[in-house]
Design a protein around this ligand. Structure first.
Ligand code: UGA
Length: 447
């Protein structure tokens, strides 16, 4: 019975922490979630998830009802309650720099450590620059009254937004960075094997490493994924020049299992709270370590990605005869990807804002991200539906490939628009269907 094995705390209740807390409670652990944001904690304690994540509201409410999942703002309560503390706070990009802002991670350790009077395991899950765990372990040892009894492990998380519960409960692998001291490492490994026993029983690989290797697994995974997306988008640029079709190219490449089809979807490129900031923070950290040459290709990956947004705006402007002034643009999608309400570094919202800045009258609709989009870009107009956003449009842009946009019939939209122009930023529509219905269809990387 997990409940008697370990009591867990989860520090930081964003996408990562809220998901981890609810999933661990679902596995039978007693879990206490902590956040310094009292309003967020009040909502979570009331069963109200502050963001959109399919399946998570149900797990949250189930955990609360069972009594196994509770929330607090008190570090004293967390230190008293838990013997394993997961640190899940954010590490956003610093304003005006590539490096990650470590202040939330540092603050969490500084608040928790002085309260650890008895042996405890602190498990970092946040995405951090390599070298952080070593630094935090020293801080923990210095600040914790338990001394050597307070041990740090590093356990990066690979969940995707939109699939957060599935990815947490069915991870591809569990990676654990352990301290150099053999006894401390053995204790930490044993505790984490117990915590993750249900996954390990299902055959999930459990990989132990030193601290820096475990930290690097996380950022190198995201760097690889970003590189794969920018690779296919670079091919899209060449396809545009050569009048070739990148969607066919991608499909043909995907049948080689050494390449594979995942993250080979050409379009407007990557955004969100992870991939863009992680590759930048990785470059910044490599520079500090004197290994910047190893990662100069990531600068190119970033630039290819940003060029897709510029290209999208150019295609739309060209369709309108060279200017957005006095023209109406319907934008479908604001979230950085479907099944999310997250607009952090969203390619869709970036394109919408750029067209607005160039004089277009832009109306945006997204199935889930409207509130966040309004907050991020208050000067844009927002519609109640796809049809509403397209009303009177001289061009419609599909920028986030929600199912309801993919399945849209050209006939329905035709009645709303002023001109039948559509630019498919995610290669989500069938060009033949739209052209047959009298639309001028344009896409990224396709003739
Ligand atoms: C990403 C990683 O996939 C997770 O494994 C990782 O744990 C997470 O970052 C993190 O570091 O926390 P996430 O940001 O939720 O997850 O989103 P992804 O599903 O990776 O999508 C990222 C972006 O790539 C989206 O904007 C998406 O539209 C774009 N994308 C994805 C493409 O443009 N083409 C593709 O073929 C796939």
């Amino acid at each position: 019975n997990n409940a008697v094995t370990h009591r867990l705390t989860v520090i930081g209740t964003g996408y990562l922490g809220a998901t981890h807390a609810a999933c661990m409670a679902d596995l039978g652990f007693e879990v206490l979630g902590l956040d310094v944001d009292a309003a967020r904690i009040a909502r979570l304690a009331g069963g109200d998830l502050p963001f959109y994540e399919p399946g998570l509201p149900e797990l949250l409410r189930k955990g609360l009802a069972s009594g196994r999942l509770r929330f607090t703002t008190s570090y004293a309560e967390a230190a008293e309650f838990g013997d394993v503390h997961f640190v899940c706070v954010g590490t956003p990009q610093k304003a005006g720099e590539y490096a990650a802002d470590m202040s939330y991670v540092d603050a969490a350790i500084d608040a928790l450590a002085p309260l650890l009077a008895r042996p405890a395991l602190v498990v970092g899950k946040s995405t951090v620059p390599v070298g952080t765990a070593e630094r935090l372990a020293a801080r923990l040892a210095r600040l914790a009254p338990a001394g050597d009894g307070a041990v740090l492990a590093w356990n990066p998380e690979f969940l995707r937004e939109g699939f957060a519960c599935h990815d947490t409960l069915h991870p591809d692998r569990i990676v654990v960075g352990l301290p150099g001291d053999a006894a401390a490492a053995a204790g930490a490994e044993a505790a984490l094997r117990e915590v993750y026993a249900p996954m390990l029983a299902g055959g999930t690989p459990f990989i132990t490493a030193d601290y820096p290797t475990s930290e690097l697994v996380k950022v190198s995974a995201n760097a690889f994924l970003a590189t794969k997306i920018s690779f296919i988008n670079a091919m899209a640029e060449v396809c545009e020049a050569a009048h070739a079709d990148v969607t066919k190219l991608s499909e043909a490449l995907s049948h080689d299992d050494r390449i594979g089809g995942k993250f080979l979807g050409p379009g407007l490129g990557f955004g969100g709270g992870c991939l863009p900031k992680d590759i930048r923070a990785f470059m910044a950290r490599a520079g500090e370590l004197g290994a910047d040459q190893a990662l100069t290709f990531l600068r190119e990956v970033d630039e290819i990605n940003i060029r897709r947004r510029i290209r999208m705006v150019d295609i739309a402007r060209t369709l309108l005869g060279g200017s957005f002034i006095g023209r109406t643009v319907g934008v479908l999608g604001a979230a950085f990807k479907p099944e999310s309400d997250d607009v952090r570094d969203s390619p869709a919202l970036d394109v919408a804002a750029t067209i607005h800045a160039q004089g277009g009258k832009v109306t945006v609709y997204d199935p889930q991200a409207m509130a966040n989009a309004r907050r991020a870009q208050p000067s844009l107009s927002f519609g109640e539906s796809a049809l509403d956003a397209a009303r009177g449009a001289h061009v419609v842009l599909l920028l986030t490939e929600w199912a309801e946009f993919r399945e849209m019939a050209p006939g329905g939209l035709a009645a709303a628009v002023a001109e039948r122009n559509i630019v498919d930023g995610r290669n989500a529509l069938d060009p033949e269907v739209w052209r047959a219905a009298g639309w001028t269809y344009r896409a990224l990387g396709r003739p």
